[in-house]
Design a protein. Structure first.
Length: 319
């Protein structure tokens, strides 16, 4: 708790206006991931939260779209707190809305890898019995094979809901206050067998494990970050939430393309990137001169070898 308070103090959260927003949002939604999107929307309003395919999405847009999706999941599919929703998607704003929207309802959110096979899903489903699935279009065939047509929809359908946003007054949408739900990701484990790792959907729970990084790397002073890791990875989803809570502008792409990432970093003068060692190596091999604006590289998921560290320092300086 002390670490959390120190982080919130660093980002100047403890202002009278912010505290009023905090208690107001808790009174409406409880404490969950959805509450986080609504709280930050009150604080940051039209400030850019996410940039995807060169399109900017504000904190307010993220919260509103997430609430519309939550309303749809509740009204059309009768999903209620502590039911289980599996989300299978590449990095995409609709994935973010799905996570926040599920959080408003207090659902247990399972972020599954995009390359999951039918037998892997069936084994997981035997254990967890998913109540609903939101899936990326490219795996629609898998959804039909496992018999989830009536308990699922494609993530691209969220675009249709958003385009009809005028038909729904977001301010009129009501959700039960809840403190339930969790986010679950799969880890490979030391044996190579997938294991479950979960966190409660208290949004600030993601900040505490990153306290040392936030403190030592001075992450609060940077304004932009590129998250180059799939959000279904534990490190990826944690990196996103930490950046989001810090009020940073988060860049992401659906697929990793080294040249595109280098160009994005150069053109937008991005200061921070969150990645895994193999991605860092591919970026250095692609166009290291485009990475000169980076002030901080956060690597996780596996150990960063000495050779890559030395090469990074030689080519980019002591960042």
């Amino acid at each position: 708790m002390i670490k959390l308070i120190l982080v919130l103090f660093k980002i100047r959260f403890f202002r009278i206006k912010n505290m009023i927003y905090l208690f107001s949002e808790i009174s409406k939604f409880g404490v969950n991931i959805g509450f986080l999107s609504s709280l930050l929307a009150r604080i940051h309003q039209n400030k850019t939260a996410i940039i995807f395919n060169n399109k900017s999405i504000s904190y307010l847009d993220v919260a509103n779209r997430s609430k519309i999706l939550a309303h749809y999941l509740k009204s059309d599919f009768n999903l209620v707190e502590q039911q289980k929703i599996a989300i299978i998607s590449r990095n995409h704003p609709n994935l973010i809305y799905s996570i926040f929207g599920s959080g408003f309802l207090g659902l247990d959110i399972y972020l599954l890898p995009c390359d999951i096979k039918q037998n892997q899903f069936e084994k997981l489903n035997e254990i967890h019995q998913f109540d609903f699935v939101i899936y990326d279009d490219f795996i629609s065939e898998l959804i039909y094979k496992i018999g989830y047509e009536s308990k699922s929809f494609s993530i691209s359908k969220i675009d249709f809901l958003i385009n009809n946003i005028d038909s729904i007054k977001v301010s009129n949408l009501k959700f039960n206050r809840n403190y339930k739900g969790r986010i679950v990701v799969l880890t490979a484990g030391t044996t190579g067998v997938s294991k479950i790792a979960s966190r409660k959907t208290n949004p600030f729970a993601f900040v505490i494990p990153f306290y040392e990084l936030i403190h030592r790397l001075h992450l609060t002073k940077y304004k932009s970050v590129y998250v180059a890791i799939p959000l279904y990875h534990g490190f990826g989803i944690s990196a996103f939430f930490v950046s989001y809570i810090l009020g940073q502008k988060v860049f992401m792409d659906e697929k990793f393309d080294a040249k595109k990432v280098c160009l994005t970093i150069k053109e937008n003068q991005i200061e921070t990137i969150c990645l895994v060692p193999t991605i860092l190596q591919r970026l250095l091999n692609s166009d290291d001169s485009s990475l000169n604006n980076l002030k901080c590289i956060v690597s996780g998921g596996s150990a960063l070898n000495k050779e890559t560290v030395l090469r990074t320092q030689n080519e980019l300086g002591n960042i």
